[in-house]
Design a protein. Structure first.
Length: 272
């Protein structure tokens, strides 16, 4: 699929990678607008096609007392405001079949979480909205198996699918990315590397996921070198106090330098 089918996306002729970035969860309007404003500024400067990311709710949590959201409609309205304010498309993840039509009224891309990518009814419901469907590769799935998830989208009448690799479980408490899977999955759909979730350390005894954010640059550069079409990053101006996934998010103050380096690397890769 072509990026041009996404409303309001910019810089599609730049031959750059595209970027899905934003906070893990929508914590409030001010924080969402603040993050979006900065990322829009950077991506416009570097001519990177950009989609603002934010979860309107977090359903996959280890503990029942973990933050799950500020309310579905409230968070979705904030995503719409981000889009209207900065003229950028948005993406959010869905967890139930009923979420598909609800979220599709507010965002441009529907994301299927890795834990749920084999849920046929959910994938089909997302595809039938006509929105782009971002299929996260299950931590338990091979690259080759993702062709079947993409086929569920196409068999539902849509050719608007991406695959996002977010790592594979390595033991109980770590993730690893097998970069051999990138060219494999590119046979089925455009491929995105979820840089920050690939550095998670889940299943901690505390019930709070850990991470290795110091390796975000390394992981992102490896993804560009391996030929990914897009990158996914969660970023926050105060990761230590973020209400979800703070342990593996990129500090917003570091984003411009990283993206500038990645854009330079992308040009080198394109010249090969």
């Amino acid at each position: 699929m072509q990026l041009d089918v996404i409303p309001q996306i910019k810089h599609t002729k730049s031959d750059n990678f595209f970027l899905l970035a934003g906070p893990c969860a929508i914590e409030g309007e001010d924080m969402a607008l603040r993050i979006a404003e900065r990322v829009v500024e950077i991506t416009n400067k570097l001519e990177i096609p950009y989609v603002f990311k934010g979860s309107f709710k977090k359903a996959n949590r280890s503990r029942i007392d973990s933050f799950t959201g500020i309310g579905d409609e409230k968070a979705l309205k904030i995503l719409r405001k981000v889009s209207e304010t900065f003229k950028v498309p948005t993406v959010t993840d869905i967890h139930e079949v009923s979420d598909a039509t609800k979220a599709a009224e507010y965002v441009d891309v529907l994301q299927i979480p890795a834990f749920l990518v084999r849920q046929t009814d959910l994938v089909v419901a997302a595809a039938k909205t006509g929105k782009v469907v971002n299929l996260k590769k299950g931590q338990f799935m091979s690259p080759e198996s993702m062709q079947h998830a993409v086929r569920k989208v196409s068999d539902s009448g849509s050719d608007k699918a991406w695959i996002t690799d977010r790592g594979t479980m390595f033991g109980y408490q770590d993730m690893v990315v097998d970069f051999r899977g990138i060219p494999t999955m590119k046979q089925y759909a455009p491929v995105v590397l979820d840089v920050t979730h690939s550095l998670q350390q889940p299943n901690q005894s505390s019930g709070v996921t850990g991470g290795r954010p110091a390796l975000i640059g390394t992981m992102a550069r490896a993804g560009i070198a391996a030929g990914v079409d897009g990158l996914f990053m969660e970023t926050h101006f105060d990761p230590a106090n973020a209400k979800s996934d703070g342990a593996n998010m990129l500090d917003l103050s570091l984003l411009e330098k990283l993206l500038a380096d990645l854009a330079t690397l992308r040009k080198a890769v394109n010249s090969l």
